[in-house]
Each structure stands twice: as structure tokens, then as C-alpha cells.
Design a protein around this ligand. Structure first.
Ligand SMILES: *[C@@H]1O[C@H](CO)[C@@H](O)[C@H](O)[C@H]1NC(C)=O
Ligand SMILES: *[C@@H]1O[C@H](CO)[C@@H](O)[C@H](O)[C@H]1NC(C)=O
Ligand SMILES: *[C@@H]1O[C@H](CO)[C@@H](O)[C@H](O)[C@H]1NC(C)=O
Length: 414
């Protein structure tokens, strides 16, 4: 009898831990803390443009190993990390992106200018068609978005601000672009001052972003932190992200994004934890767990419109705490002023569990129509008395209450 009982207990524990794993981690891989690869070569900073030295070292590095930047300031133009190879930036080293638009120009001589497209520059670091590459180390990669562009009179960020005024697009480099790749790792690195998005992926399966820091001013336009686009099996864990646009934005412009885990992160300034608005191919199986947001403009946000469309489903937000966030929850099927088309965005099976919002804010649930509402479930959602709750075309199941107390988030993230 005793033994039978013991077995039942054991089974219950095993089953519930399996269920917990499924509930908490949507990345289908088993992801553990990365380890720095061994170096194939170690470089010390020289003076002037180091592009050729670094690129040569990367191109001749054995697969599975890393080019190590050991100390000093390296100035460089765009770099490509080959398949299987990594870059390791040690704590004493800084890799700076030279602010010279001609180095990044894709051929149309538009990099560093504004136009109707905004696609004139390549990224500072490109990983394309690679398997098992990465960027590691406790050093810093600085995009120098606030530096005056070579041969121009304004900074990359000023150009971005001016594009907003003129209602067109800035041609400026992203910091790290990862396309059509498999099992890519970013570990511990500090990224700052990107002229545009810091990390963007396209059609990449297997991405681990672990323990990185992004630290860029809130005024720097379009400087998203980490944007998985059309990518699957993604884990973003133990990161600290402060920037001038979405801290994390999951998008799906040309293929679906799914199996994404955003675990134990801390966001400072920025536009929050977003899905959309470029979400035409849909996002599903996303878990956001253990997130603290301190001073972002939005908190948990899903945005689309009839121009973008997209099915967003199977999204769970668990153990989230926010302070100083104006729009703690913002689910919007009519995002962007007057952006309309013929597609139908759908947001359903969205769950909020143990969410605490310590300061007053506006909660928005803006569905498309009664036949296409936003469908969400709330468990254990506690918000500040005096908050605004705006819901139209929304089915909100479960419970929430204006009963939160306390002023400091404890251990929700990081
Ligand atoms: C995601 O990871 C699982 C588990 O490793 C794997 O079976 C699956 O093929 C991966 N999906 C993609 C699209 O790579
Ligand atoms: C990476 O993918 C994006 C989005 O699909 C595309 O705009 C960009 O040109 C690609 N970059 C490279 C280097 O392939
Ligand atoms: C949206 O369209 C309406 C009607 O055409 C117009 O009055 C309004 O100014 C537009 N709003 C914006 C932000 O473009």
C-alpha cells in the first residue's frame, strides 16, 4: 500500500512538472545557460578602422570557436559572422560601429539619407544562413547612433527624428541582423546606441538571447531591443532592456512566429513587450513569464489593424509586475491612425496570470467588431485603484481587481 501511494505521489509530481514546463516554456527546445566558446584567435584593439582585421579573423576561425576581442576599443564598419563561428567581446573591450553611411550602403547611395523606403543600409553585424553562430562576452557593442555621421551634419538618431517629421523613412543600420539561420546565441553582451533595431531576426529557428543588456536612450527613435520576426524556438531570458522603442517585439512579416519564451527579464524605458504590428503571418505559442517593467510607456501590448491582419493566439503572460507604465495592457486591432486594409486581425486565447500593476494606467482592449472581438482570460490580475479600463469588442473572462498594494516590484523578473 505504502509503496503504491508513493508511486502515485511520484507520478503526480512528474506529471505536474511536465505540465509546468509546457505551461511556462513555449520554446520547444530545452534551453540552458549558454557557455562561451573557445577562442580561435585573440585580438587586441589597434587604431583606426579594424574591419579588415576582425573580418579576416572571423573568416578563418574554425567552426565552434570564437574570435575574441580582448581589450580596448575596436572601431569597425559592417561585419559578417560566418556559420558556426562566434564573436566574443571580453569585459574590457568595446566594439564601435563607425558612423560612416558609405560603409553600410547597399548600393543605392541612400544610407544616411531619408526616402520612401528606409532599406538603404546593411546592418552592423550580419548573421545569414548560419548554424550555431553567436555573440558572447561581457563587453560592449556600441552602435554610435548619437554620433554625427561621417560627411553629414546630423546623427543617425537625428535623421530618424527628421524622418518622423517628414513622414518618410530613415536609412540607418540595424545593429545585429540574423536571417535564415539555426541555433544562434547571444550571451551576456551589452548592446547600446543602435541607430535602429538592436537585434532583429528573420526566419531563424533556434535563437537564445540570454543575460544580455540593452541600454539606449528613450529618445532614440525605432531602437527596438530584440525583434524575433518570422522565427521559431526562441528564448529571451534574464535580459535587461532599456531603449527608445519596443523592448521586445514579436513580428511575422513573411512567415509565422511561434514557440517563443520570454523569461525573467527586466525592462526599463521603452515601448514594452509587444506582439505586432507587422504580424500578418501570425504569432502563437508565446509565453512571457517573470517580467518586470519599470517606466515603459506600454506594458503588455498586441497591435495590428486591417492592413496587417494576423492571428495572435496561445499567448500567456505570467508573473508580471509593472510600475510607472501608462498603458499596462494595450490590445489594439486598430493600431496606427487610419491604417486600414482588407485583412482581419484575430487575438484570442490570451491569458494574464498573476499580473500586478502598481501604478495607475489605462487598460485598452480594442477589438474589431462584435463578430471579431479580442478574447482574453484574467487570473489573479491586480491593478491600481483609479486606473482606466477601456474595452470595446472584447470578451474578458476571469477576474481582476483594483486592489493592488505596494510600490516596488519584487522578483517578478530577473
Ligand atoms: C523546434 O524545436 C523542436 C525541439 O528541438 C524541434 O523538434 C523543431 O523541429 C524545432 N522547430 C523548428 C521550426 O526548427
Ligand atoms: C534579412 O531579412 C529581412 C526581412 O526579411 C530583409 O529585409 C533583409 O534584406 C535580409 N537581410 C539579409 C542580409 O539577408
Ligand atoms: C484620419 O482620417 C480622418 C478622415 O479622413 C481625418 O479627419 C483624420 O485627420 C485622420 N487622422 C490622422 C491621424 O491621420
Amino acid at each position: 500500500m505504502m509503496q503504491g501511494h508513493y508511486h502515485v505521489c511520484f507520478l503526480v509530481i512528474v506529471l505536474s512538472s511536465i505540465l509546468l514546463n509546457v505551461g511556462n516554456a513555449k520554446d520547444l527546445r530545452t534551453v540552458t545557460e549558454p557557455k562561451n566558446p573557445q577562442s580561435c584567435t585573440t585580438l587586441k584593439a589597434g587604431s583606426g578602422d579594424q574591419t579588415t582585421t576582425i573580418q579576416k579573423a572571423l573568416d578563418s576561425c574554425a567552426k565552434g570557436k570564437a574570435v575574441e576581442l580582448s581589450s580596448g576599443t575596436f572601431e569597425s564598419g559592417p561585419l559578417t559572422i560566418p556559420s558556426g563561428v562566434s564573436l566574443l567581446v571580453d569585459s574590457g573591450a568595446i566594439l564601435k560601429a563607425l558612423p560612416n553611411p558609405t560603409l553600410y550602403d547597399l548600393g543605392a547611395k541612400t544610407c544616411g539619407t531619408r526616402d520612401q523606403y528606409g532599406v538603404g543600409c546593411k546592418a552592423f553585424i550580419t548573421i545569414h544562413g548560419a548554424t550555431g553562430s553567436g555573440i558572447y562576452g561581457k563587453g560592449t557593442i556600441d552602435g554610435q547612433g548619437g554620433q554625427t555621421m561621417t560627411g553629414k551634419s546630423e546623427t543617425w538618431w537625428k535623421l530618424a527624428a527628421s524622418a518622423k517629421e517628414h513622414n518618410d523613412y530613415q536609412n540607418v543600420p540595424r545593429l545585429i541582423q540574423i536571417n535564415d539561420s539555426v541555433d544562434i546565441t547571444l550571451y551576456q553582451i551589452t548592446l547600446k546606441n543602435s541607430p535602429m533595431y538592436h537585434v532583429a531576426t528573420s526566419k531563424t529557428n533556434g535563437l537564445t538571447v540570454w543575460g544580455i543588456t540593452i541600454n539606449t536612450p528613450s529618445t532614440a527613435r525605432n531602437t527596438d531591443g530584440v525583434d524575433p520576426m518570422g522565427s521559431q524556438n526562441v528564448t529571451i531570458a534574464h535580459c535587461s532592456i532599456s531603449t527608445g522603442d519596443d523592448n521586445v517585439a514579436i513580428k511575422a512579416i513573411s512567415s509565422p512566429s511561434r514557440y517563443i519564451s520570454v523569461l525573467n527579464n527586466h525592462f526599463g524605458t521603452g515601448h514594452g513587450m509587444s506582439i505586432g504590428s507587422e504580424i500578418t503571418y501570425g504569432a502563437s505559442d508565446v509565453t512571457v513569464s517573470g517580467l518586470t517593467m519599470d517606466g515603459t510607456t506600454n506594458g503588455l501590448r498586441i497591435k495590428s489593424n486591417t492592413f496587417r491582419g494576423g492571428l495572435v493566439t496561445g499567448v500567456s503572460y505570467t508573473n508580471v509586475c509593472m510600475t510607472g507604465v501608462k498603458h499596462p495592457i494595450m490590445l489594439d486591432m486598430e493600431y496606427g491612425h487610419n491604417v486600414t486594409g482588407h485583412l482581419t486581425p484575430e487575438f484570442r486565447d490570451i491569458t494574464f496570470t498573476n499580473v500586478k500593476v502598481l501604478t495607475e494606467g489605462t487598460f485598452t482592449f480594442d477589438g474589431l467588431s462584435d463578430s471579431n472581438p479580442i478574447e482574453v482570460t484574467m487570473n489573479d490580475v491586480h491593478i491600481k485603484k483609479g486606473s482606466k479600463w477601456v474595452a470595446s469588442h472584447a470578451k474578458i473572462a476571469g477576474k481582476w481587481a483594483e486592489d493592488v498594494t505596494g510600490t516596488v516590484c519584487k522578483n517578478a523578473g530577473n
